[in-house]
Ligand binder design. Sequence first.
Ligand code: UT7
Length: 331
Amino acid sequence: MNKIRAAITGVGGYVPDYILTNKELETMVDTNDEWITSRTGIKERRILKGEGLGTSYMGIKAAQELIAKTKIDPKEIDLVICATITPDMPFPATANLIATEIGAVNAFSYDLGAACSGFLFGLATGVNFIQAGTYKKVIVIGGDKMSSIINYKDRTTCIIFGDGAGAVLLEPTTEDVGVMDSILRSDGAGVNYLNMQAGGSRIPASHESVDANLHYVFQEGSTVYKFAVTNMAEVSAQIMERNNLTGADIAWLAPHQANKRIIDATAGRMGISDDKVMMNIEKYGNTTAGTLPLLLWDYEKKLKKGDNIIFAAFGGGFTWGAIWVKWAYNS
Ligand code: UT7
């Protein structure tokens, strides 16, 4: 009997309408379009406006589009995983809110937090439920409303992040396609360089924590950059080597969209030319757990059955990893 693999059989996505351009940021902090573009590759990002709208709003939209495209009955969905670091509330899980709203009444659902690697970790988790034969339809969502935890007076972070969410459907297959291999890593020593200190159990919300700006993302950019370049390239090369893949075998690199220079370094290390690198950082910025499914959303029509895709990410924690997928369908 052929091995059961988990294949991505559909993609949905959502980005908010409001576009925050580099020009507008110039009016908010001491920065300029030239600096942002040359240091990061970002031109604009989307911001979710509207009272009371959280990450679930975007996850619901992405999942609803996925359901409409794949024509599945929401009652057949077994599991909904939402990777996010900006849940609507500490509890209940944002995935619970999404599952109920999309009519996944027979599913169980939970959130998973691995920052910018969240979608990779969520995908690997969903894959195991399918490969074990436990479930037949798993939705993995990656999304973040980063604007809810960004200080728009801090030029070192506010230029980078944006809001958005994407969703994929995982189903079993016995064909030689689907998620083939994954390498996932984490190191809590990264806490000092990329974090949001308050709002958890260590520093609950107080007037003091708000006044000290502890409910915003803190990033020591240049340190994170060095770790990101090294680890994202290393893990991507490692997954290729252990599967005897060369740059010529890879149809696409789908890298986390944090900084174009990190992406270029990873592609260079893997021997992959620019035309094979999925990129949408210029229009969405860094949407944290949203970047990888949003890449699939933007590039879906270009993907062909059998295409080898390497997903790679690095982010807060630190967390990082790479996943090799053989694309399962033609659009
Ligand atoms: O997705 C999660 C993982 N995160 C990442 O992968 C992000 C990794 N880090 C980065 O992408 C980069 O470090 C940044 C884009 C955040 C910053 O770029 P950089 O080339 O590392 O700049 P830097 O932090 O070393 O700062 C260089 C200079 C500094 O000025 P001085 O001290 O040299 O006078 C900063 O104050 O640029 C200054 N600067 C800015 N100037 C204009 C910092 N932010 C800005 C800004 N506009 N927005």
